[in-house]
Ligand binder design. Structure first.
Ligand SMILES: Cc1cc2nc3c(=O)[nH]c(=O)nc-3n(C[C@H](O)[C@H](O)[C@H](O)COP(=O)(O)O)c2cc1C
Length: 225
């Protein structure tokens, strides 16, 4: 069934798995993705940027509002720029931890043991700044984008899954506010920083907070009607 003459017949590349294969593969994906952990101590070890590019190609396939693809990604590998980002992020984080953060938020963060020091922004080989585009500017015209946060969130989820699947560790970092990224990365005003992903290999002695490993049981997050 086609909807109108703008639809094309394309071989939808479904994999035609048996029910058994489908069950096995969904379980395999879960077993792989449940090992993803936010890492906060990185080796300085570099790796081929192609892995990041492949993960970004995957992110770019995300479902999104009206296929307007309201995202932009900046990969930062330059050490001087990483240092500047660290300095700017630490300044915001000092303000956050010492002045701006409500007690309730600080209490929620306590089990993570995080503070304003962000050494990982310099040691990790790559940072990926994800930007959301509220609107696109095309030939000086403003084109409104739809479901921007939802779309960029889904794209970022695919990006994180692909990085993990490729054997990389990462952290979702959100120094608040992140507007300094527009200035340092020379991004236009129609783009807003969404998250800053820190990507690399974990330090051997890197530990993760016990608290973060505990995920809700299925019966806590699921209702089947
Ligand atoms: C939108 C978002 C923002 C986050 N910001 C930070 C951050 O700024 N600093 C940090 O150390 N962790 C940050 N995290 C990581 C969370 O603390 C972490 O995902 C959570 O504790 C669960 O741990 P896990 O990722 O190891 O499962 C962020 C995660 C998300 C999804």
């Amino acid at each position: 069934m086609h909807r109108n003459n703008k639809y094309i017949a394309e071989d939808l590349k479904f994999s035609n798995q048996t029910l058994e294969e489908m069950k096995l593969n969904s379980k395999k994906f879960y077993l792989a993705i449940r090992n993803r952990r936010s890492v906060r101590d990185f080796e300085e070890k570099k790796f081929d940027i192609q892995i990041i590019k492949n993960a970004l190609l995957a992110a770019g396939t995300a479902p999104n509002g009206a296929n307007l693809q309201p995202w932009h990604f900046v990969v930062i590998k330059n050490s001087k720029l990483k240092k500047k980002i660290r300095q700017a992020a630490e300044k915001e984080e000092e303000d956050f931890y010492n002045k701006k953060a409500p007690q309730e938020w600080l209490r929620a963060l306590q089990p993570l043991g995080t503070n304003s020091s962000k050494e990982f922004l310099e040691t990790a080989p790559y940072l990926i700044a994800v930007f959301e585009k509220k609107y696109t500017i095309d030939k000086k015209q403003k084109i409104k984008n739809y479901y921007v946060k939802e779309s960029v969130g889904i794209a970022t989820g695919i990006l994180i899954s692909c990085l993990h699947f490729s054997g990389l560790a990462m952290l979702t970092h959100t120094p608040s506010p992140m507007t300094f990224l527009n200035k340092l990365l020379k991004r236009p005003f129609n783009e807003k920083p969404f998250v800053l992903l820190v990507v690399g290999f974990p330090k051997k002695e890197s530990k993760i907070p016990k608290f973060a490993k505990k995920k809700k049981d299925l019966n806590e997050i699921l209702t089947i009607i």
